[in-house]
Design a protein around this ligand. Structure first.
Ligand SMILES: C[S@@+](CC[C@H](N)C(=O)[O-])C[C@H]1O[C@@H](n2cnc3c(N)ncnc32)[C@H](O)[C@@H]1O
Length: 307
């Protein structure tokens, strides 16, 4: 199957699909730093391309004749705390839908923050998908139940032509882990700490986490422990001199990028692309489910019947 990744960033979604046995043929992004990182880690082409220009994008992407289009359009306008208006970035969800509906691959996978589900732009995208003949599975997945040691909840809309709505739910439910994964379970003692600092959005939230609980969402910024940190009753350890935030590379590991993944460039850009990424193991989980459905679509229906 030919897979094309749109809004690929540094390639979390791409790598998960590849690891599941669905190699990616081409990728697209419009941020030089992400394109460079992607290029250093994959052998297929990545195109620096503005996907808001949907007509030109369709012409370009058509050369790959994709069976599967995957992508995580930017989510800042949906996810930014306190900001409810949907701006230019959120429109890219609609661009993704326009490209998919024009090229009509057999299957598409779209990833975004949870809030997307009830957004106006996704409502318009959903109407386009339905009109183009896609059956949709819309699901929020917690990465810590999908092979990654991080409590990161993300919305997935997965469409397959002529399938029934909800077609993937039985397989997804069947494959979810029985318990959330922790950093110690995934990384052993690699982090070299039992507790670490993760700067909270405000001091009503805790900031110190143990490696024996799923990590909080890896975001696009990473701050040192501030001088005036007041502490929080939920913190798993007291503030000591040795308490530190995780490094950029350690955060990439929580995002389940392999040790051999090559990162270069300014730290702020790397933090941003790591925080943007779909955890590789979560992407692999979704890809395996899609692959299983395509190998035996009837089996997933039978499994539902017997559950
Ligand atoms: C949420 S990130 C994608 C993360 C990626 N799926 C991963 O797993 O690593 C969204 C990406 O959309 C890209 N982007 C933003 N505007 C774009 C545009 N107009 N055209 C193409 N890509 C764009 C950003 O550069 C960013 O890398």
């Amino acid at each position: 199957m030919r897979v094309v990744d749109l809004f690929s960033g540094c390639g979390g979604l791409s790598l998960g699909f590849q690891d599941a046995g669905l190699p990616v043929t081409a990728a697209y992004d419009y941020w030089e730093a992400a394109v460079k990182t992607y290029e250093s880690n994959f052998s297929h082409p990545i195109h620096f391309f503005d996907l808001s220009k949907t007509s030109a994008a369709c012409d370009h992407i058509a050369q790959w004749n994709p069976d599967i289009i995957i992508g995580g359009p930017p989510c800042q306008d949906f996810s930014h705390a306190g900001k409810r208006t949907e701006g230019k970035q959120a429109n890219l969800t609609l661009s993704f839908a326009k490209i998919v509906c024009n090229l009509r691959p057999e299957t598409f996978v779209m990833e975004n923050v949870q809030r997307t589900k009830n957004s106006r732009n996704f409502g318009s995208a959903r109407r386009l998908f339905k009109k183009a003949g896609y059956g949709l599975t819309e699901v929020v997945l917690d990465a810590s139940f999908c092979g990654a040691p991080q409590k990161r909840k993300r919305f997935f809309c997965i469409g397959t032509l002529n399938a029934e709505d909800g077609f993937l739910e039985p397989l997804i439910n069947c494959n979810l882990a029985g318990k959330a994964m922790t950093p110690r379970e995934y990384l052993g003692d690699e982090l070299g700490v039992a507790n670490y600092y993760r700067h909270p959005r405000n001091y009503n939230r805790r900031a110190v986490f143990s490696i024996d609980e799923p990590a909080p969402t890896v975001r696009g910024v990473n701050r040192p422990v501030p001088k005036g940190y007041p502490g929080h009753p939920g913190d798993t350890a007291k503030l000591t001199r040795s308490l530190r935030p995780l490094t950029t590379l350690e955060r990439a590991r929580l995002q389940t990028f392999p040790k051999i993944f090559k990162w270069s460039g300014p730290k702020t850009e790397l933090e941003q692309m790591i925080g943007n990424a779909v955890p590789v193991k979560l992407a692999e989980f979704v890809a395996r489910t899609v692959l299983a459905y395509h190998s035996q679509p009837e089996a997933s229906v039978l499994e539902t019947a017997s559950v």
